[in-house]
Design a protein around this ligand. Structure first.
Ligand SMILES: [Zn+2]
Length: 258
């Protein structure tokens, strides 16, 4: 079984039903659909309630941070009691798009970590051009949380994030020719901290780079990383599934129950 541990069905052009069917035909039995604001978090829960292989995370992306008010935060918190919600996020810092003051992004990030703690859920992190501040805020606020670094982009901090026990989720950009550092990290990461994702519709893996991404294409990320690590795709799939189950215990409970 292949797992796309981070995707955005609501940003893909095709119908979610078609994307989920296509993924399932490609052996992708589990998809974690990530919310980026209240509306998309609600959408994520709806789609996760409709399809047994789809699970949701809920939260405000740092690019949406400034749109969050108390009422919406309460809405996100309400969603976390839904059994189909398996994580809080994506949250973090984005100093590349830099849409909101850093203080504001930090406040929203901290609120998500506090929510993850109350909800007993892992926190899914987006970080872009904000390496130092992300790692120091996590050190301060996430010591007791399960942390997933989605679309892993900190190969130079590998030792540090591995020592902290964070899960590293590699996206399609690990397959790119110009990403030797990311590839070295995907080879060096301990087997029990490795996750794979599409982040669709972005970051389409080779050989389809340039076309819109979709959950079915996580199979190319598996092919590539299996090759790097000298494993068969089946061996890698077994390892990644065990990691997803450990990182997202609520998902594991339902996978085993289904
Ligand atoms: Zn995302």
């Amino acid at each position: 079984m292949l797992i796309d541990s981070h995707t955005h069905l609501d940003h893909c052009k095709e119908d979610a039903a078609d994307l989920i069917r296509e993924a399932s035909a490609a052996g992708v039995a589990v998809i974690i659909q990530s919310g980026i604001d209240l509306a998309s978090s609600r959408y994520s829960v709806d789609v996760a309630e409709k399809y047994p292989g789809v699970f949701a995370t809920v939260g405000f992306h740092p690019q949406e941070a400034g749109n969050l008010d108390d009422e919406q935060m309460a809405g996100i918190e309400e969603l976390t009691v839904n059994p189909r919600v398996v994580g809080v996020g994506e949250t973090g810092f984005d100093f590349f798009h830099d849409r909101w003051p850093h203080e504001e992004q930090e406040d929203v990030f901290v609120r998500h970590m506090d929510l993850a703690r109350r909800a007993g859920l892992p926190v899914v992190i987006h970080t872009r051009e904000a390496e130092e501040r992300t790692l120091s805020l996590l050190a301060e606020h996430a010591v007791d949380l399960t942390v997933i670094l989605h679309c892993f982009s900190l190969p130079h901090r590998l030792e540090e994030v591995v020592a902290r026990g964070y899960y590293l989720s590699f996206a399609g950009n690990v397959t790119y020719k110009n990403a030797p550092d990311l590839q070295a990290a995907a080879l060096a990461v301990p087997a029990d901290l490795l996750l794979l994702e599409t982040d669709a519709p972005w970051l389409t893996p080779v050989p389809l780079r340039g076309r819109p991404n979709r959950p079915a294409l996580v199979s190319h990320v598996y092919d590539f990383v299996a090759g790097l690590r000298g494993l068969t795709v089946d061996e890698l799939a077994v390892q990644v599934e065990a990691n997803v189950c450990r990182a997202f215990p609520r998902l594991a409970g339902q996978l085993r129950g289904s």
